[in-house]
Design a protein around this ligand. Structure first.
Ligand code: 5GP
Length: 342
């Protein structure tokens, strides 16, 4: 639908390596024929479902394909251009810095290379404002988490406002947030905004209870926070009292089978309460979607008008980690475009 492509959008939950498009993936596979990777193993097509565990296997394959500075620069530029082409005007990308001995890739260079991609896109006047969240993979435990926070802290000071926060992601069935609490507290204290994946699976209830006390600045998914799905009133209370926006990824959750069907998505629960919700893609490459499609899907599933969808996109400006003047610039852009589009 042309309308959803035209609506200016804000993307706040996009993992770099999960966002690599079909076309870019093809280029990567051709570059590394010795890996013998089938294209079908890097994405979950229409109508397909996988367990969350299988989704995490997909990231392992993609990480084999994206393992050098050259690869990161290419995928990051392509991903930014694709979001811009889809009408995204403000993007917060997130990625886990990795070390690859064979190619000489370091965590530091990983981040620097994404920042270089952002800089090049800006220079090429791609119509999108891009910020970056350094991601902590929970699977790697507290020591790595603390190292990553220190790295993120350096970039917070040196990146001219491009690095704005920290993400906590990775396989939710591995590890416990209590071990990561001191790293997250440190991040918060030094001024990094926190976007944490919370209650992606039912077993994370105690962890969410703990991490909500930080509190995070935004919540990723939050699928099992509310009591109807085995969460708790106390969790809902904390989220509501602190008014913490929730990043919602419909296709990702349905394809990853943490949500049984679109109409059962927890977007409904929170949206009805007037709680801050923001529609996001999560991994547009892996889940074969884009943000326009997510908007269209939410509108058709929950019977929302174009006006309501416009509001949803505009309100997301307030949930970004951008400084106030940038938010104002975005508000102005939305106001101008509204007359043309709505
Ligand atoms: P990267 O950080 O390498 O740019 O993007 C891929 C990584 O993002 C995955 O290895 C995983 O740690 C994280 N990720 C992507 N999608 C999801 C998701 O749906 N849930 C969680 N918990 N982590 C994810």
């Amino acid at each position: 639908d042309l309308f959803y492509r035209q609506v200016p959008k804000v993307e706040l939950h996009a993992h770099l390596n999960g966002s690599v498009s079909f076309e870019t993936m093809e280029t990567l596979i051709k570059r590394k024929p010795h890996l013998n990777i089938e294209h079908s193993t890097t994405a979950i097509r229409r109508g397909q479902r996988r367990s969350l565990d299988e989704c995490f296997q997909v990231f392992k394959v993609i990480h084999q394909l994206v393992d050098s500075e050259e690869d990161i620069l290419m995928v990051a530029k392509a991903v930014i251009q694709e979001f811009a082409a889809d009408g995204v005007k403000y993007l917060e990308l997130r990625s886990t810095p990795r070390e690859v001995t064979e190619t000489g890739l370091t965590k530091q260079r990983c981040i620097e290379t994404v920042l270089e991609a952002i800089r090049q896109c800006k220079q090429e006047e791609v119509d999108i404002d891009v910020r970056f969240l350094v991601a902590v993979d929970r699977r790697h435990g507290p020591v790595v988490a603390m190292e990553t926070v220190k790295l993120a802290e350096d970039f917070l000071l040196s990146s001219d406002g491009v690095v704005v926060g920290l993400d906590l992601s990775g396989d939710p069935t591995v590890g416990h947030g209590k071990d990561l609490l001191s790293a997250l507290e440190k991040a918060k204290n030094c001024g990094l905004k926190l976007a944490l994946h919370l209650s992606e699976v039912p077993s994370q209830r105690d962890e969410s209870e703990l991490l909500l006390n930080l509190p995070p600045d935004r919540i990723g998914h939050g699928t099992f926070l509310h009591p109807e799905v085995g969460g708790a009133d106390s969790l809902v209370d904390k989220v509501c009292k602190q008014n913490i926006p929730i990043e919602m990824c419909l296709t990702s959750n349905v394809k990853g089978q943490t949500v049984p069907s679109y109409d059962k998505h927890h977007f409904q629960y929170w949206y009805k309460r007037g709680h801050p919700c923001v529609l996001c893609t999560d991994d547009k490459g892996v889940f074969c979607t884009d943000l326009s499609q997510e908007y269209q899907l939410a509108a058709s599933t929950f019977g929302l008008t174009q006006e309501a969808m416009w509001m949803l996109s505009q309100q997301a400006i307030g949930y970004t980690f951008a400084p106030e003047p940038i938010k104002q610039r975005l508000e102005k852009k939305w106001a101008e475009l509204k007359q043309q589009i709505l």
